[in-house]
Ligand binder design. Structure first.
Ligand code: F6R
Length: 240
């Protein structure tokens, strides 16, 4: 496991974006896994900036989002489809048809279709991840099985309250989601996990240095062969 600590989110974003571009230079149709939320934005900004600076053609890159709210209108401004379109696909210059987001119907059939689509693409080369204050990855809340696959899940009150900032109030946050499972995430060939801010320090320390337990979903990545954590000083502050 490689743990990097940065003074500011711009240099963190550049470092992580170089990993993304390395995967794409190895294979122009690389499969990149996308997280949403606040943490990965500096990576997406840097990715877009470097692509512009270097005049890269990224139209062959394929992407799979980690998760999506169940039952949300896909056109809603906070659906992960919309967020990914606005923060990654447009700025980076990806081909929208090659960017997959789980279906908001979140049925068992949609979940297995998503797993099949990832497998048919040859698996994920590099997965970008944020981490929840409760140690979640994707919407795999504490107690999620380590071998879980894409499925419908309920969000914990903590996650609903964290995401209320995007919806104005907790009661507007969808209570369920469709998420790649921890087993799905662990199948990605490389993981980049980003955490910014003091609120993440406890989860980061538990995930990196605590026991591997389903109560801290992110602790499973201790068993992944190729993980890079990119942290700011505040998020790294409780690491031993
Ligand atoms: C987003 C996702 C979540 C977030 C996590 C951190 O697709 O699956 O696991 O990565 O909740 O969110 P932020 O970055 O907003 O603190």
């Amino acid at each position: 496991m490689d743990v990097r600590v940065f003074d500011d989110s711009a240099s963190l974003g550049r470092f992580a974006a170089e990993h993304v571009l390395e995967a794409i230079s190895a294979r122009p149709d690389a499969v990149i896994g996308l997280a949403t939320g606040s943490s990965p934005l500096s990576i997406y900004n840097a990715w877009a900036e470097l692509a512009r600076e270097r005049e890269l053609n990224l139209s062959g890159v394929r992407c799979f989002a980690l998760d999506e709210y169940a039952g949300i209108d896909p056109e809603h401004q906070e659906s992960y489809r919309t967020v990914i379109t606005n923060t990654v696909v447009g700025p980076v210059g990806l081909t929208p048809e090659l960017v997959h987001v789980p279906a908001t119907v979140a049925s068992a059939a949609a979940a297995s279709a998503y797993e099949e689509a990832i497998a048919a693409a040859g698996g994920v080369d590099l997965q970008i991840l944020g981490i929840g204050r409760n140690g979640h990855l994707g919407f795999n809340e504490p107690g999620s099985p380590f071998d879980s696959r894409t499925r419908r899940v309920s969000l914990t009150p903590e996650t609903i309250s964290d995401n209320a900032r995007f919806f104005g109030a907790p009661e507007n946050v969808p209570g369920e989601a469709i998420t790649q499972g921890l087993g799905t995430i662990m199948d990605a060939r490389k993981l980049i996990i980003v955490a910014i801010g003091e609120a993440k320090a406890k989860a980061v320390a538990a995930a990196i240095a605590g026991p591997v337990t389903e109560q801290v979903p992110a602790s499973i990545v201790q068993r992944h062969p190729d993980v890079v954590y990119v942290l700011d000083r505040a998020a790294a502050s409780l690491l031993p």
